[in-house]
Write a protein that binds this ligand. Structure first.
Ligand SMILES: Nc1nc2[nH]c(O)nc2c(=O)[nH]1
Length: 372
């Protein structure tokens, strides 16, 4: 029998549907009959994964539970408080940080969007999968990694749930050919090479796990050193590195810039990087060889200017605008299907160029894609 515990949080601060399956996290499955979201995670600092459930049947609280009898309800609630970053009030950020600095926020609702604090290793691999990809396919890849190379942790309503595989498990068991067959395309090579490099890095730094190693790097590095390090892995460019820093390492000020954010910056903020801006950045990065090679200087000027515009939680402001810009999302359900759907409470827009491929017309019927 599951025991559910409550976390007091309003829908304005957290709307599960808009946060768990909208481009930040890719392993939550929704049970459409009950509205419960299910995944596996390492509760607090436990080594093992547990099956975790969350639901939101009230406007003022969410409920959380686990099948893991070794975890107390308090452990689950403490863990989920950290995962959802409930110490941060988005309403307060909106009123005190964003609105005073940026009058455009007058017309912007936050829709219960907040930035998650996910496991660094899982975030890193998920965002390697996100390159030139859409949410359906990223979700499918993350589930395929877990069911092929992770450990079975438990079952909920006849659906099996797996751990996210370690770098060792991926490197020892996966081949590039297998990953290609599972639908990873050119990212197959990136994942295997990154797993290998993390294994080498971990052994050099005596870290117990992939995430511990990455957390140590994050906590001892400033933003530029961290990004330089993340971009030293195959398949990680500046946008992916920034997503990992923001959503997997708690770097709240970081603004990932992709086509959507570039469009917002140029269209709504009239940010058009000049040669002078670019030259200044080139000078700043002269001792960062990976950054110099991988960064797109124009986009990096945009990153910097949006960071200045929105302040210490600029990454959260990006999350709100990113969500608004892309308009729709996709997520897995516990029947093993991935379905497209519109965001909660917002109107859909017309798609233009969209590398996440998640804008869709409200009139078009959403296709169902099987998770293998
Ligand atoms: N909030 C954001 N979510 C994302 N998902 C994804 O693939 N990119 C982004 C992003 O830039 N922001």
């Amino acid at each position: 029998m599951l025991k559910w515990g409550r976390l007091n949080v309003s829908r304005a601060e957290l709307e599960l549907a808009n946060v768990l399956q909208a481009g930040q996290a890719f392993r939550w499955m929704v049970d459409e009959a009950t509205g419960e979201y299910v995944t596996t995670m390492k509760i607090l600092d436990k080594e093992q994964y547990s099956v975790v459930l969350v639901r939101q049947h009230d406007d003022n609280f969410i409920e959380c539970a686990t099948y893991d009898s070794e975890c107390s309800l308090d452990d689950v609630l403490n863990h989920m408080t950290k995962y959802f970053r409930l110490e941060v009030s988005v309403q307060e950020l909106y009123q005190k940080e964003w609105l005073p600095k940026d009058s455009r926020f007058k017309d912007i609702e936050t829709h219960g969007i907040r930035v998650l604090r996910q496991e660094p290793w899982e975030t890193l691999v998920s965002f390697i999968c996100s390159t030139n990809n859409n949410i359906s396919r990223i979700t499918k890849m993350c589930h395929a990694l877990c069911s092929n190379y992770g450990d079975k942790i438990g079952t909920h309503n006849s659906t099996d749930f797996y751990s996210f595989p370690t770098s060792n498990s991926i490197y020892d068991n996966a081949t590039e050919e297998q990953l290609r067959k599972l639908g990873f395309g050119y990212r197959a090579k990136y994942i295997i090479e990154t797993a290998k490099k993390i294994i080498d890095d971990k052994s050099e730094h005596v870290a117990a796990s992939d995430s511990e190693y990455l957390s140590n790097i994050a906590s001892s590095s400033d933003y530029f050193t961290l990004r330089e390090h993340l971009m030293s892995y195959t398949g990680i460019g500046p946008k992916v590195a920034d997503c990992i820093a923001l959503m997997g390492m708690g770097r709240d000020e970081v603004v990932p810039v992709d086509v959507h954010v570039e469009r917002i910056a140029r269209r709504d903020y009239k940010i058009n990087p000049t040669n002078k801006d670019v030259t200044a950045l080139r000078e700043e990065y002269k001792d960062l060889p990976v950054t110099r090679k991988k960064v797109n200087f124009q986009l990096d000027v945009i990153r910097m200017k949006l960071n200045e515009q929105w302040g210490p939680y600029a990454g959260w402001a990006q999350g709100v605008l990113f969500f608004r810009e892309v308009g729709g999302t996709s997520g897995a359900n516990t029947k093993g299907e991935i379905t497209k759907r519109k965001h909660e409470h917002i109107k859909l827009k017309t798609p233009e160029d969209n590398d996440l491929g998640i804008i869709h017309s409200p009139r078009r019927k959403a296709p169902k894609i099987k998770v293998e």
